[in-house]
Design a protein around this ligand. Structure first.
Ligand SMILES: Nc1nc2c(ncn2[C@@H]2O[C@H](COP(=O)(O)OP(=O)(O)OP(=O)(O)O)[C@@H](O)[C@H]2O)c(=O)[nH]1
Length: 808
C-alpha cells in the first residue's frame, strides 16, 4: 500500500492504542539497546574506541540488536576501513541519486534474508519497511550489494509487471505552488552553488541580449517614417484630416515607453509559447538567451510612428495584425468629425459661444492649419444638371421603347424564334450564327444554334434549356425593343415571373407540332398565361410556331387559335389585345418577312415584327414618386454598384440622391444608360442601367427598389393581397415573388371571398379558397420587404403557383 493511501485509511482510535503499545516497546528497546552497546564494546575490546556510541546504536538498531552482526558491520565499516577505491565509470553506477551505498552483494543478500531490504527514500534517506511505513531518520549506510543493473532487477520482468509492483500516482492534496515538494513552505528550493552560478550567468546574458535587441529595434524603426518615399508609394493616399491625426499621434508617441516590454519572457512563457521546439537547457551551462525574432512592422506601425519614435519590439507571442484593405479604405476617408469641421470652415461658422477669446486665438492657428489640410472626399458627388425631365421627355423625339417577355411551354421554340429575329434584323450576323451552329454541332445540338444567340450560359447550352431571363435589344424604325426571353421549364417559373414583371406585353410561343400543343396547354402555356395576366400584362401576341412540322396546316393553326383565344379570354385578356401569327422560328417564316412558302399562302396577316410594332407600351407613371425595380447588380469600373432594372414609376437624372430599400441606404446616380446608350435622365417604362456612387454594394441586391428619398417606398412584413387563386388557398406557408424578389412567408388570414366582376365581398373569412376564386388574403413575411399598394405579387407553394394578385 502506498504511503498516501495508508494515511488516508488511518483510524485514529487504532493509532492511539498502538501508541500505548509503542511506549512499552520503547522501554524494552531502550534496555536492549543499552545492553547491546555494552556487549558490542566488549566484543570489540581494544578497537571499541574507534567507534562512537551512536554508531554502535545505529548498527544495533538495524541488526535488531544482533550483537555479532553489529560487530561485523562496525569492524568492516569503521575499524578495518578499506582504502578508498578508484572512482568507477559513471555508467556502472546502479543509480546516482540513491544515497545508500551498495558495497557488498553478500551483505545485500544477508540483509534481504533478514527482511531488511526495505526501500530507501532517495530524497530523504528515510527507509521504508516492508509493511510500507517510513522510518524517520537518515538511512544508514548498511552494506548493500555492488549489484549490476541486470542483477538488481533480476526479478523484475520488463513486461507484465506484477500489479503489486506498479506505481500508483496520486496527485498531491495541496498544490505544489503552495508548498514544497515534500510539504515545505513552497519557497524556492535552495540552489546549489553550481546552479547559482549558472543562474547568475544566464541573467547577465539575458540583460545583454535585451539591450542589443532594443538598439536593433530602434535602428529598424528609424527607417519607418511616414515621410519615406517608399512608404508613400506603397500606402494609399490619406486624407488631410487623417494624416493630421496621424501626425498628432506620432508626436504624442514621442518619448513614450515602448508599448510592449522588451524584457525577455519568463521561462514558463517561452515554454508555453513554443512547447515543442524548445530544447531543454543544460544545468550548469551558461544560459544563452533565446534569439528574439522580430516580425516586420505592420503597415499601421509604419504609418503611426515617425523616425523619432522610440523602438517598438514586436514580440513573437503577439499577433501582428496586417491591415485589411477594408480598414485602409475606412481610414482613407474623413471621419464624421472631419466632415463637420470642414463644413464649418467652409461655411465660415464661428466657434461655439462661450469660448474665451484667449482660447479662440490660441486655437485659431492650429484649427486653420488643420482645416487647410482637410480633404473632404476623394469622390465628389455627381453633379445634377437640374433638368426638367418630364418636359424633356415630352419634347424628345426618341423612338418609343417597349419591352416584351417571351413565354411558353418548354421547347416551344422561344429562344430559337428570338435568335432568328435578331439574325433577320441584323442585330447578330450570319457568321456568328454559323459559329454557334458549329459549336452546337460538336455537342449534337445543332438545331439549337439560333437559341444560343440568347442562351449564353454553358449549362443552358449543354442542357438545351433556358434557365434565366436572357435580355437583348433591337430596334425597328419606330420602336426600341427589349426582349426578355423567359425559361419555359416549370422549375424556373420564378425567373419567368421576374421577366414578366418588367414587360409591357408578352409573346406567347406555342409549339404547333402534333401532341406538343396539347401537352403545352396542360403545362406552362396555361400557367404562363395566368401569370402574365396576374402580373398586369394586358397585351399578348401568340406565335403559333413550328408550323413547318405540320406542313403549314391552316386547320391546325385555326384549332390552336380557337382553343387559346378562348382560354386567354377566360383568363382576362381582351380580344382586341390578343393577336395570332403563324410562324416558323427556325426557318424565319413570317418573322421579319412574310413567308414565301406557298404552303403558307392562306395567311395574309402581319408578320411577328409588325405585330410587335403595333404594341403600345403600357401607360407610364411618370408623375409618381421614383421606383426602380432592380433586376441585376453588377460590379463595374464606373461605380461602386451598377444596377439594371426598369423604371416602374417617376423619373430620375444624373446626380439625383436616391434611397435603396429595404437597406434604407442613400446613394447618388453617377451615370445612366437607357437602352444601352448614355443618357442624362430616364422615365417610367424605360429599362435602365444605373451607376450608383456613395453606397456600399453590399446594401444593393436584385429585387430591391431604388426610390425617391423624400417619398420612400415603405417596407413591411405583412400585406393584404387581392389574389386570384390558381390552387386551394388556406392558412399555409408560401413563397412570395415580386419581380426578382423572393421572400418566405405564410398566409395568416383570408378575410374575404370576393366577387370576380364587382370586387364586392361574397363571404367573410372563408376557410378555403378554391382555384379560380378571388379572395382577400393576408400574408406575413419572414423579413421586411419594400411593398406598396398597386404592386403585383405571386404566391407559390411546393414549386407550384397557387395565387397571384395586387397589393391593396
Ligand atoms: N422544326 C422546327 N423546330 C423548331 C422551331 N423552333 C424551334 N425549333 C426547335 O425546337 C427546339 C427547342 O428550341 P428552343 O428555342 O430551345 O426552345 P425554347 O422554348 O427556347 O426552350 P426553353 O427556353 O428551354 O423552354 C430546338 O431544337 C429548335 O431547333 C421551328 O420553327 N421549327
Amino acid at each position: 500500500m502506498s504511503r498516501h493511501r495508508a494515511i488516508r485509511n488511518l483510524d485514529y482510535e487504532e493509532v492511539l492504542d498502538e501508541y500505548e503499545v509503542d511506549l512499552q516497546e520503547e522501554e524494552e528497546n531502550r534496555l536492549l539497546m543499552e545492553q547491546g552497546v555494552v556487549d558490542v564494546r566488549s566484543a570489540l575490546d581494544t578497537e571499541a574506541s574507534k567507534v562512537t556510541k551512536e554508531q554502535i546504536e545505529e548498527a544495533l538498531w538495524h541488526y535488531y540488536f544482533d550483537v555479532d552482526k553489529s560487530v561485523t558491520y562496525l569492524t568492516n565499516k569503521f575499524i578495518n576501513r578499506p582504502a578508498p577505491k578508484a572512482p568507477k565509470p559513471a555508467t556502472q553506477k546502479p543509480t546516482a541519486t540513491i544515497s545508500c551505498e551498495f558495497e557488498d552483494s553478500s551483505d545485500w543478500a544477508e540483509n534481504n534474508r533478514h527482511g531488511l531490504g526495505g526501500r530507501c527514500s532517495p530524497q530523504t534517506g528515510s527507509r521504508q519497511d516492508d509493511v510500507g511505513f517510513w522510518v524517520s531518520g537518515s538511512c544508514p549506510s548498511y552494506p548493500l550489494p555492488q549489484a549490476s543493473l541486470p542483477a538488481l532487477f533480476h526479478d523484475m520482468p520488463w513486461g507484465n509487471i506484477p500489479k503489486d509492483r506498479e506505481s500508483v500516482l496520486i496527485p498531491p492534496v495541496v498544490p505544489r505552488s503552495r508548498c514544497g515538494l515534500l510539504g515545505g513552505t513552497g519557497a524556492a528550493p535552495k540552489m546549489t552553488k553550481l546552479q547559482a552560478l549558472a543562474a547568475a550567468r544566464k541573467k547577465k546574458a539575458q540583460e545583454k541580449s535585451s539591450e542589443q535587441e532594443v538598439e536593433q529595434t530602434r535602428a529598424q524603426m528609424t527607417g519607418l517614417s511616414v515621410s519615406s518615399s517608399s512608404t508613400e508609394k506603397e500606402n494609399m493616399p490619406l486624407s488631410g484630416a487623417f494624416s493630421k491625426r496621424l501626425k498628432t499621434s506620432s508626436s504624442t508617441a514621442q518619448g513614450r515607453v515602448p508599448i510592449i516590454p522588451t524584457e525577455p519572457r519568463s521561462e514558463s512563457e517561452q515554454q508555453s509559447a513554443n512547447p515543442i521546439t524548445r530544447e531543454p537547457e543544460a544545468v550548469g551551462e551558461p544560459a544563452q538567451a533565446p534569439p528574439v525574432k522580430k516580425a516586420q512592422p505592420s503597415a499601421f506601425a509604419q504609418t503611426l510612428f515617425s523616425s523619432h519614435t522610440p523602438a517598438i519590439t514586436i514580440r513573437q507571442d503577439v499577433v501582428t495584425l496586417g491591415l485589411a484593405p477594408s480598414v485602409l479604405e475606412a481610414f482613407s476617408k474623413p471621419s464624421p468629425d472631419d466632415i463637420v469641421l470642414a463644413a464649418q470652415a467652409k461655411a465660415g461658422k464661428k466657434p461655439p459661444a462661450g469660448q474665451s477669446k484667449k482660447s479662440k486665438s490660441s486655437n485659431t492657428d492650429s484649427l486653420s492649419s488643420s482645416v487647410s489640410e482637410l480633404k473632404i472626399d476623394d469622390t465628389p458627388l455627381p453633379k445634377s444638371r437640374n433638368i426638367n425631365v418630364l418636359s424633356e421627355f415630352e419634347k424628345s423625339t426618341k423612338k418609343k421603347s417597349a419591352s416584351f417577355v417571351v413565354v411558353g411551354h418548354v421547347d416551344a421554340g422561344k429562344s430559337t424564334m428570338m435568335g432568328r429575329l435578331l439574325l433577320d434584323l441584323g442585330v447578330v450576323d450570319q457568321r456568328t450564327v454559323e459559329k454557334l451552329r458549329k459549336e452546337a454541332h460538336t455537342i449534337g445540338k445543332s438545331s439549337f444554334a439560333l437559341a444560343w444567340v440568347l442562351d449564353q450560359g454553358s449549362e443552358e447550352r449543354t442542357r438545351g434549356v433556358t434557365i434565366d431571363i436572357a435580355t437583348n435589344r433591337f430596334e425597328t424604325e419606330t420602336t426600341a425593343f427589349t426582349i426578355l426571353d423567359a425559361p419555359g421549364h416549370r422549375d424556373f417559373i420564378p425567373n419567368m415571373i421576374a421577366g414578366a414583371s418588367q414587360a409591357d406585353f408578352a409573346v406567347l410561343v406555342i409549339d404547333a407540332s402534333t401532341g406538343a400543343f396539347e401537352s403545352g396547354l396542360k403545362g406552362q402555356t396555361k400557367e404562363h398565361s395566368l401569370l402574365l395576366r396576374s402580373m398586369g400584362v394586358a397585351r399578348i401576341i401568340v406565335a403559333v410556331n413550328k408550323l413547318d412540322m405540320v406542313n403549314w396546316s391552316q386547320e391546325r393553326f385555326d384549332e390552336i387559335k380557337n382553343q387559346v383565344s378562348g382560354f386567354l379570354s377566360a383568363t382576362g385578356f381582351q380580344k382586341m389585345n390578343i393577336a395570332f401569327v403563324p410562324v416558323s422560328g427556325l426557318h424565319g417564316d413570317n418573322m421579319v418577312k412574310k413567308s414565301e412558302n406557298p404552303a403558307v399562302g392562306w395567311y395574309t396577316g402581319p408578320t411577328l415584327i409588325e405585330e410587335l410594332e403595333r404594341s403600345e407600351p403600357s401607360a407610364r407613371a411618370t408623375k409618381k414618386p421614383l421606383r426602380v425595380n432592380i433586376s441585376e447588380v453588377f460590379r463595374t469600373q464606373q461605380s461602386q454598384a451598377t444596377v439594371s432594372g426598369r423604371v416602374d414609376a417617376g423619373s430620375l437624372q444624373m446626380g439625383d440622391a436616391v434611397l435603396v430599400q429595404p437597406a434604407t441606404e442613400k446613394a447618388f446616380i453617377k451615370s445612366i444608360l437607357v437602352d444601352e446608350a448614355p443618357a442624362d435622365w430616364a422615365v417610367a417604362g424605360q429599362s435602365v442601367v444605373l451607376h450608383l456612387s456613395h453606397i456600399d454594394p453590399m446594401h444593393v441586391k436584385s429585387g430591391d427598389i431604388i426610390c425617391d428619398p423624400n417619398k420612400p417606398i415603405p417596407k413591411d412584413k405583412t400585406f393584404t393581397l387581392k389574389a386570384l387563386a390558381f390552387d386551394f388557398l388556406m392558412p399555409m406557408q408560401v413563397d412570395v415573388h415580386r419581380g426578382r424578389l423572393h421572400s418566405a412567408g405564410k398566409i395568416i388570414a383570408m378575410p374575404a371571398l370576393l366577387d370576380k366582376t364587382t370586387g364586392g365581398v361574397k363571404k367573410k373569412n372563408p376557410r378555403l379558397v378554391k382555384p379560380g376564386e378571388v379572395a382577400r388574403v393576408r400574408v406575413e413575411l419572414d423579413d421586411q420587404v419594400p411593398l406598396e399598394a398597386g404592386q403585383r405579387v405571386v404566391l407559390r407553394s411546393g414549386g407550384e403557383t397557387i395565387a397571384a394578385g395586387l397589393l391593396e
